[in-house]
Design a protein around this ligand. Structure first.
Ligand code: G6P
Length: 368
């Protein structure tokens, strides 16, 4: 049943391996032939989306990172300005709400106190309406929002969120395409990304086959006190999420930086005791990322790069490269999340921490 670990050692591991199936579930019945109809967000969504001129996205923790990825997507593919904020900040400040702004919450549980309070506060601020992207049907957030999209990840038991995050991203790409359709995104691009989404569960399965290789890498982290995650563009939030996973379950201090900010501070910390993890899908930022990696290498830093199989990055002394299957640019953040989850998982297992119930953390923070 859902509450049993089956063949797996931990719930987190089971949930990581469920991702091909739950991403397929998140897509089920929602893809048109060559586009995403707004109706999957409810019967009133099409008319509402046509009026939307801005989005404010509010969430906590891992769900906040999903929101940060969505900003890159929505601005690029739907041309809609997006602001993303953690709920505990949003709810206590003066927020300027431009006309025709849609308020969006992201939450696995639908019960996070700050996110719920943010929604209640937002309802008084003159938004066009509210949308909740959530994993728990009937939760407070779902009941109190105008529109909802369920992420269909099934129960998530591990405190460190995994499948809830990748299904949130999947749902957010559906939102991007549905908005893009209303806002005039090229039909060809819509069709390409829809085709990419159909193939995504299969690609995630292929990444899960890297499990043994990632377990072998994890030994390099077990004795380390710190780690630095780098990414650019929509992979900067993926680096943030990778760092959060490592902190949560292995208690290694980890930070994430947009690779271009490296020389504005964190480069001073790089030495042989500071492993640097980077995600390098084959997109237009690759050349810039490569030169950042050189800077790390030149300072004796140990580099771990997750790269597209087509990327010309060679393994050498101090540089380990793991190859991922090629994926459409738009969907790379979903795919590149998976090896970072596996890396944290294996480091935590090596360190002997309580993977499913990390110290001091709760699955759902229902009090402030
Ligand atoms: C807690 C959990 C995180 C989660 C966050 C937001 O901190 O440990 O895994 O990302 O709450 O939870 P939500 O249910 O709103 O997504």
């Amino acid at each position: 049943g859902a509450a049993s670990k089956g063949e797996y050692r931990h719930f987190m591991q089971k949930e990581i391996f469920e991702q091909p199936a739950v991403i397929a579930a998140a897509l089920e019945g929602r893809l048109g032939e060559r586009s995403v109809p707004a109706e999957c967000f409810g019967p009133d969504a099409e008319a509402l989306f046509a009026r939307v001129e801005q989005l404010h996205i509010v969430a906590c923790g891992t769900s906040y990172h999903a929101g940060l990825v969505a900003r890159y997507w929505l601005e690029r593919y739907a041309g809609i300005p997006v602001q993303v904020e953690v709920a505990s900040e949003y709810r206590y400040r003066t927020v300027v709400v431009p006309d025709n702004t849609l308020f969006v919450t992201l939450s696995q549980s639908g019960e996070t106190a700050d996110t719920l309070a943010a929604l209640r506060f937002a309802r008084e601020q003159g938004y066009l309406g509210s949308l909740a992207i959530c994993n728990v049907p009937g939760s407070s957030l779902v009941r109190e929002s105008d529109l909802t999209l369920m992420t269909q990840a099934g129960p998530e038991i591990g405190v460190a969120s995994t499948k809830a995050f990748t299904t949130q991203l999947t749902a957010l790409m559906l939102l991007t395409l549905a908005m893009g359709r209303v806002k005039g995104l090229a039909a060809e691009t819509q069709a390409e990304v829809v085709a990419g989404l159909r193939g995504l569960p299969r690609l995630v399965s292929r990444v899960l086959e890297l499990d043994d290789a990632i377990e072998a890498l994890s030994t390099a982290f077990a004795e380390k006190q710190h780690a630095l995650f780098l990414g650019r563009g929509a992979h900067f939030p993926i680096a943030l999420e990778g760092a959060l996973k490592l902190k949560e379950i292995s208690y290694i201090h980890a930070e994430a930086y947009p690779a271009g900010e490296l020389k504005h501070g964190p480069l001073a910390l790089v030495d042989s005791e500071m492993p640097v993890i980077s995600v390098a899908p084959n997109d237009e930022l690759l050349d810039k990322l490569k030169s950042n990696l050189q800077e790390v290498k030149a300072r004796g830093g140990e580099l771990f790069v997750f790269a597209d199989e087509g990327v010309g990055l060679a393994e050498e002394e101090g540089v380990r490269v793991l190859r991922l299957p090629h994926v459409h640019d738009a969907l790379a953040p979903i795919l590149y999340t998976v090896p970072l989850q596996l890396l944290s998982y294996h480091v935590a297992v090596l360190k002997g921490t309580d993977v499913d119930q990390p110290r001091n953390l709760a699955k759902s923070v229902t009090v402030e």
